[in-house]
Design a binder for this molecule. Structure first.
Ligand code: NI
Length: 390
């Protein structure tokens, strides 16, 4: 029987977990209810539970047989500060918080796989189920690593997945090498001299300086980054002043940078510092740049990507596994785990559904039809990596 069929009995259970988590979304590092649900279910099927890694993270350990070989499987648990627009029964009950990225589905799939593996035990080795908090820019993966994730739970390889609405249900996408961009957030603070707006000669206008900096920053990707490399620099906020007749004393700019290599990221940071301070100086103002690299580029190990693609092909047929998906400029903090342990991050088809929503949209919902397939991937990854009699 196909593994997806074997997981069919858990479909209703996974759907119930998924909708329960969707109705009770929690922001990064506040996933206490979600972590409780995960820990309770792991415990109920006899999986050893460790809590509090990266504050609200949970790790389950399932040992079968005598082999010391190991594998890590990871899902994220946090929601986004988005007001849900959906009106269905499992819509968010927490105003302004929503599972708009499908982490509710990721958690339910890994919990389903853990439940199945604990019951069937068709492998020889150690599985670490890693339920990570705070993926959405708050540093959950790094928090778990700082708490000794891989020292306490040494994984030989690690796998994770994200749903993709533009990919049909029943399909996977797997890519070796760089897959998603690294991401940094930045703030630039400009200090000038406040004055009466009718007497500009006695002040230094930070609104004007901030505008010039924003324009000049756009030259960095065009003129400093090598054309064969890829980078994005977006200024997403500019704030200065409170009223009509005062030249603002200070101004701030903020935004994000994305790139597929650490080298390009640091090149952009250096150029930004030069442009921001140099432009401010030209107007008699001063500027400081705070540049925070929140995400490393997500880079899949070639051999583990090959392995993941083989598992996907076994489940849905090679014709339903996209081996050359386009590079994704979004970021993912599983990247920090992949820097430490060889592994692979894959995409699972979510389908567009009604209304055609991408992730982070207020009308998005994870597609429950994908649950058995995602869980089956985790199950078969374990059974292939840690074979009986291997
Ligand atoms: Ni996400």
């Amino acid at each position: 029987m196909q593994t997806t069929e074997l997981l069919a009995p858990l479909h209703a259970q996974m759907t119930a977990w998924r909708r329960d988590i969707h109705a009770h979304p929690e922001l990064g590092f506040q996933e206490t209810r979600t972590a409780d649900l995960v820990a309770r279910q792991l415990d109920a099927v006899g999986i050893e539970v460790h809590r509090g890694l990266g504050r609200t993270g949970v790790v389950g350990i399932l040992r079968v047989g005598t082999s010391p070989r190991s594998i890590g499987l990871r899902a994220d648990m946090d929601a986004l500060p988005v007001q849900e627009a959906n009106r269905f029964a499992h819509a968010s009950r927490h105003p302004g918080v929503m599972h708009a990225c499908g982490h509710d589905g990721h958690t339910a799939m890994l919990l389903g796989a853990a439940t199945h593996l604990a019951r069937t035990r068709q492998f020889d080795g150690v599985v670490y189920f890693i339920f990570q908090p705070a993926e959405e820019g708050l540093g959950g993966a790094r928090a778990m690593l700082d708490d000794g994730l891989f020292e306490r739970f040494p994984c030989e390889s690690i796998f994770g997945m994200h749903n993709r609405p533009s990919l049909a249900v029943g399909r996977f996408a797997v890519r070796a090498g760089p897959m998603m961009a690294g991401g940094a957030f930045f703030d630039i603070e400009v200090t000038g001299k406040g004055a009466h707006a009718a007497r500009p000669q006695s002040g230094i206008d930070t609104a004007l300086v901030a505008a010039q900096i924003a324009v000049s920053l756009n030259s960095i990707v065009a003129r400093n980054v090598p054309p064969v490399e890829t980078a994005v620099l977006s200024v997403t906020r500019i704030q200065a002043g409170d009223t009509y007749n005062v030249i603002p004393h200070t101004a701030t700019l903020g935004g994000t940078v994305r790139a597929f290599s650490r080298e390009v990221m640091s090149l952009v940071e250096t150029a930004m510092r030069r442009v921001a301070t140099g432009t401010a100086e030209a107007y008699g103002a001063a500027a400081t740049l705070d540049f925070r690299e929140n995400f490393a580029p997500t880079v899949n190990d070639a051999a583990q990507a090959e392995f993941a693609a083989r598992v996907c092909s076994e489940l849905v047929g090679a014709e339903n596994v996209d081996r050359q998906p386009p590079l994704n400029m979004a970021s993912e903090d599983f990247s920090f785990m992949l820097e430490r342990v060889p592994g692979c991050y894959i995409n699972i088809g979510n389908g567009m559904g009604e209304g055609g929503c991408e992730v982070h949209h207020p009308g998005y919902d994870f597609n429950d039809e994908a649950l058995p397939l995602g869980a089956a991937f985790f199950v078969r990854a374990v059974e292939n990596k840690l074979p009986l009699g291997g």
